[in-house]
Write a protein that binds this ligand. Structure first.
Ligand SMILES: [Zn+2]
Length: 102
């Protein structure tokens, strides 16, 4: 006979008298190492999901990019600038920096 969680008696007991969501929340709030691990795990899972979705549905990705561009125009510009910067040769970069410093 497993004990009943005190937080939600109708749910299954997970640990320390709590159900799984309350226990995880407590741990998330009180254990910084666990919190970082969880954040990283969730980020990775979201990335993997988006990657899969991108392959399956290019239109979804295009719409998502448009949405991002609308919401964060400065971030989008920065990303584009970075993207083109990487494509430039060292010479061109030097020239651009000199231009900017004039
Ligand atoms: Zn609970």
């Amino acid at each position: 006979m497993t004990p009943k969680p005190t937080c939600h008696p109708d749910r299954r007991h997970y640990a320390k008298g709590m159900c799984i969501s309350c226990y995880k929340k407590l741990r998330y709030d009180s254990d910084p190492a666990y919190r970082e691990r969880e954040k990283a795990r969730i980020r990775e899972a979201a990335k993997a999901w988006a990657k899969k979705k991108r392959m399956e549905d290019p239109a979804w990705n295009a719409a998502r990019q448009r949405e991002f561009r609308k919401k964060h125009p400065e971030k989008f510009n920065f990303m584009m600038a970075k993207f083109y910067w990487k494509k430039l040769s060292l010479e061109d970069r030097k020239k651009l920096i000199e231009e900017a410093e004039k």
